[in-house]
Design a protein around this ligand. Structure first.
Ligand code: UDP
Ligand code: MN
Length: 427
């Protein structure tokens, strides 16, 4: 049995070798794949993808990345018997250069035995070969939608086709960094109700430089259901003696996470009446917390993502209408009386149709989920932010939290600081 263990440890570190890659790439014909839709001199390099296509094409599909983790991460050991995962990547008209780099970074930086398969869900892109040609690479499968479905139904389709017990979702313009997967799988193995996200590093949309993101951030939102990153409070930072420890987050950014497949199914997957893009991260985040799970950011897992300023693709029903439909469904099903804050922050949502929500309300009942008030009190928090200055109302309380000088002051927002947490009671 000792021999088996040693063997397993050896397998853990193996990914595809350079020599193997040479053969694979010859077979795959990387050059002709990339050449088919190349940027042409004179074209606006931003017009198709809303990032610099030209720069993306100058960067090799297997470029080296700086290891952006805290140095202490490299001393951690992971369970050699982690089970493998299905990686689901949905895309609509992704640039071939970024799509290929996403897949290659996964194949290069993940122990082979941890990848059950990579399912690409082609959400009715113009050229079916963007996806199909990639199936020449190891582990890669391709599902193509007959109609544009949007990322929510596409992810569900990928999840339903998955063969592994663990699901990993990625965007189609990512680059995974060194040892990104074991820390996520380990966390989900320890606690299958935990949904684990990496720290999302920034791939600059103009230069494609790979930039480390802060690992002192967590996800937050405002009442219009607009996602934002928030600094951990000074208190929370001080309490974090170990920089490799997971960070609980009220909300996940949405595109990159690992979840146990049975847990995903039991919790009701996604709200498949949501279209195209947006809002699904609030829905799944509220649902996970309120129905007995948790959301964490794992600082020792790093994945780069190209953040851009606008969507390069068409929303058939219009960008604003779609965002309102998706977030309104979220507010109506999950936010209880607090949906009033959503409607006052987003008055345009009031008259808009959002379809039938009975199924999702039934789901919430049958899972016996907690209230939105419980979620705010325990997992998130309400603060009072001055919109023009972005400063917050703060109670000048001694740090031990007992002695209060009963003064209200204005200070920079530290959203999880106890002195800035306020309740809005309904009566
Ligand atoms: N996507 C999709 N169908 C759509 C819209 C988006 O499959 O109708 C994919 C998109 O290609 C990407 C992921 O969903 O892989 C997230 O979209 P995007 O990157 O535009 O969102 P962002 O990361 O900017 O929030
Ligand atoms: Mn994206």
């Amino acid at each position: 049995s000792a021999a088996v263990e040693v063997n397993a440890v050896c397998v853990t570190v193996a990914s595809i070798s350079d020599a193997e890659w040479d053969d694979l790439l010859e077979e795959f014909e990387e050059k002709s794949y990339l050449n088919a839709h190349r940027w042409k001199p004179g074209q606006d390099p931003y017009s198709l993808y809303a990032f610099n296509q030209r720069e993306s094409e100058r960067i090799p599909s297997n470029r080296a990345l700086r290891d952006t983790r805290h140095y202490r991460c490299t001393t951690l050991h992971y369970d050699p018997y982690l089970s493998s995962t299905t990686i689901v990547i949905t895309f609509h008209n992704e640039a071939r250069s970024t799509l290929l780099r996403t897949v290659r970074s996964v194949l290069n930086r993940t122990p082979v035995h941890l990848i059950y398969e990579i399912i690409l869900v082609d959400d009715f892109s113009e050229d079916p070969n963007d996806c199909l040609l990639l199936t020449k690479l190891p582990k890669v499968k391709c599902l193509r939608n007959k109609h544009r479905e949007g990322l929510i139904r596409s992810r569900v389709r990928g999840a339903e086709a998955a063969g592994a017990g663990i699901l990993t979702f990625l965007d189609s313009h990512c680059e995974v960094n060194k040892d990104w997967l074991p820390p996520l799988l380990q966390r989900v193995k320890e606690d299958p109700t935990c949904v684990a996200s990496p720290v999302i590093d920034i791939i600059n949309m103009d230069t494609f430089a790979y930039v480390a993101a802060s690992s002192d951030l967590r996800g937050g939102f405002d009442w219009s259901l607009h996602f934002k990153w928030e600094q951990l409070s000074a208190e929370k930072r001080a309490k974090r003696a170990d920089p490799t420890e997971p960070i609980k987050t009220p909300i996940i950014a949405g595109g990159l996470f690992v979840i146990d497949r049975s847990w995903f199914n039991r919790l009701g997957k996604y709200d498949t009446a949501m279209d195209i893009w947006g809002g699904e991260n609030f829905e799944i985040s509220f649902r996970v917390w309120m129905c007995g799970g948790s959301l964490e950011i794992i600082p020792c897992s790093r994945v780069g993502h190209v953040f851009r300023k606008k969507h390069p693709y068409i929303f058939p029903e219009g960008n604003a209408n779609t965002y309102i439909k998706n977030t309104r469904r979220t507010a109506e099903v999950w936010m209880d009386e607090f949906k009033l804050f959503y409607y006052s922050a987003r008055p345009a949502a009031r008259g808009k149709s959002y379809g039938d929500i009975h199924g999702r309300q039934e789901l919430r009942k049958s899972l016996k989920c907690k209230s939105f008030k419980w979620y705010l009190d325990n997992k998130s928090g309400t603060h009072l932010e001055h919109l023009a200055s972005r400063f917050c109302v703060d109670s000048e309380m001694a740090l031990d939290g007992i002695e209060s000088s009963k003064m209200l002051v204005i200070s920079p927002c530290e959203l999880s600081a106890h002195t800035q947490r306020w309740e809005m009671p309904f009566s």
